[in-house]
Design a binder for this molecule. Sequence first.
Ligand code: DC
Length: 227
Amino acid sequence: MALRANLPAPIAIDGPAASGKSTIGHALAEEFGYAFLDTGLMYRAFTLAALRAGISADDVPACTRLADEINMRVDAHETTSIFLGHEDVTEWLRSPEVEANVSAYSAIPEVRSALVRQQRAIAREGPAVLAGRDIGTVVLPGAPLKFYLDASEEARAQRRAAQAGGWGAPQRSRDARRDIVGRDVVDSSRAASPLRAAPDAIVLDTTELTLEEVVAFVLDKVRCAAS
Ligand code: DC
């Protein structure tokens, strides 16, 4: 199909915590038959491995050794699954322990370079959507189509709380907001590959938009870029 052959690839989606990157990336992948790599899950899997091994994020040499030795297999189809050795750890990657520690481990440059190498290799295998914090700026600066999704802290906290079990749970929403803001501060202020919109990214504030509107906007941009 001519249209399919001309589709832009890879596609980068960046943005802060809970800005909808995974949902939109998954929708894009499903629509166009791309692989979807949620790179946040790779940083989460590294964090899980380090916590299990009792390695603190302050111990950079030990984290570097772990980054070199870790056997992380990434299965990127329309969704992303992560294996440590033979174990599918995907369901553990959103636990509170991982959530609370992932920003600290992902600020370590040696950890990032090991995971970025793997992310680029996956992007070379075929058409792919990659979602993260530094995809458009560092991982795939030459990507022909880049999105940067944003939304207010309030909107992101509400969406995250709803994902975790229902609207109207103010306590959960407050906790989600605290986690999100805490991670945003670390992810944006770290020296290595901080969260930034690439200069050539399409920036979309989704605060006032429904999921359907965001999906329609993004699909339209991909089709326009396919000509
Ligand atoms: O997208 P997420 O919330 O699952 O990401 C979890 C953490 O991983 C995030 O707080 C920072 C880190 N991360 C990163 O540093 N670079 C990426 N490309 C993706 C995620």
